[in-house]
Design a binder for this molecule. Structure first.
Ligand code: NAD
Ligand code: TYD
Length: 350
């Protein structure tokens, strides 16, 4: 019997890589991609899987109670991989309620439907919640986030994700719902919406627009290539221990300013521009409020238990990503027209 898997947020950045991996890699699964298509959701990300007979796109909102219940009744899902979310920290600062709505209420709505539809069949089901390392708050110059680090979120985004993680765990404790959670570090790669650091700066360099580095640029993130995250999600979904959490990271810490300088160097080479051209676009701007100093993940649990590790170095992944953006100008043009221009004006106005 084919397995029916619901993937939420599959038209977004990470979701599209997960959908592609599951549709192409598991012919025996029916993959249902539920996405409401916000500004961040884009079916162009999935053009290559559209025609697969084991793939179905469903446009809809995870917050809609009747709709989500009807989906569980109709498709008898064996598993859920839940990625749908509002995902950008800066947007969460200007509109926290949108994050409460989707990330918390949407997750609880999915949990309710899974709990009710799966009653009596829990042993064959799995609810996999995709989360972020940002729930752990910020590190000083030393230390790593482990699965036992206490939650200490600082932005409305991370607070909403932390809340959703707690609800998933609570449904496991209270109702016995079979779940697994993973908390991953910053992803980068193809199809990344150009509001996050790496794709925003690639787009700005292409267009000779200033590169707005927040504060002194000394903030540190741990970067992971998105396809390596998709591999980790595949492994955890199939082999991860139930009622547990896995941290996923790139073993790859960079201060923003060093990352931006590397990006500038690679972009000058790719665009045939004189050395130092892109670096001259760097502009230090007002800091993000509540800006977390440093994220770094201890990914030894997934490494030891499931044998996972990143497959590419940062330089390889970054070069691949830059090449993708340079050869997918139409994608970039489509996502940066319309609403994006308004967002950019509001966000980066003096
Ligand atoms: P994204 O913003 O690119 O995509 C989110 C997707 O969810 C979009 O396709 C959007 O249309 C959809 N969506 C939003 N609200 C919805 C709703 N109410 N109903 C149905 N669909 C809705 O996000 P992403 O970067 O791909 O992140 C995916 C998940 O991974 C999120 O849960 C995020 O918290 C988590 N995560 C992201 C990163 C990262 O670096 N991007 C790192 C760790 C964890
Ligand atoms: P971002 O890609 O938004 O991811 P997150 O906030 O979830 O880590 O930002 C990564 C880092 O880059 C973070 O320290 C904020 C910084 N940043 C800038 O300096 N300028 C920008 O324009 C953006 C979007 C981010």
């Amino acid at each position: 019997m084919a397995k029916n898997i619901l993937i939420t947020g599959g038209a977004g950045f990470i979701g599209s890589h997960v959908v592609r991996r599951f549709v192409k890699g598991y012919a025996g699964y029916n993959i249902y991609n539920l996405d409401v298509l916000t500004y961040a959701g884009n079916l162009e990300n999935l053009k290559d899987v559209e025609g697969y007979s084991n793939y179905t796109f469903i446009k809809g909102d995870i917050v809609d109670v009747d709709f989500v219940q009807s989906l569980f009744a109709k498709y008898d899902f064996d598993g859920v991989i839940h990625l749908a979310a509002e995902s950008h920290v800066d947007r969460s600062i200007s509109d926290p309620l949108a994050f409460v709505r989707t990330n918390i209420i949407g997750t609880v709505n999915l949990l309710n439907s899974a709990r009710d539809a799966w009653k009596g069949a829990y042993s064959k089901k799995r609810f996999y919640h995709i989360s972020t390392d940002e729930v752990y708050g910020t590190l000083g110059s030393k230390g790593l986030f482990t699965e036992r680090t206490a939650y200490d979120p600082n932005s409305p985004y991370s607070a909403s994700k932390a809340s959703s993680d707690h609800f998933v765990r609570a449904y496991g404790e209270t109702y016995g719902l079979p779940y697994v959670i993973s908390n991953c570090s910053n992803n980068y790669g193809p199809n990344h919406f150009p509001e996050k650091l790496i794709p925003l700066f690639i787009n700005n360099i292409i267009n000779n627009i200033p590169l707005p580095v927040y504060g002194d640029g000394k903030y540190t993130r741990d970067w992971l290539f998105v396809e390596d995250h998709a591999v980790a999600i595949d492994l955890i979904f199939h082999k991860g221990k139930g009622q547990e959490t896995y941290n996923i990271g790139g073993f790859n810490e960079w201060q923003n300013i060093d990352l931006v300088k590397l990006l500038c160097k690679l972009m000058d080479q790719k665009l045939g521009r004189a050395k130092g051209t892109s670096e001259r676009l760097i502009s230090f701007v007002k800091d993000r409020p509540g800006h977390d100093l440093r994220y770094a993940i201890d990914a030894s649990k997934i490494n030891k238990e499931l044998g996972w590790e990143p497959s590419v170095t940062f330089e390889e992944g970054l070069e691949y990503t830059i090449d993708w953006y340079l050869t997918n100008g139409a994608w970039l043009e489509h996502v940066t027209s319309g609403e994006y221009r308004e967002y950019y004006k509001k966000m980066y106005a003096e």
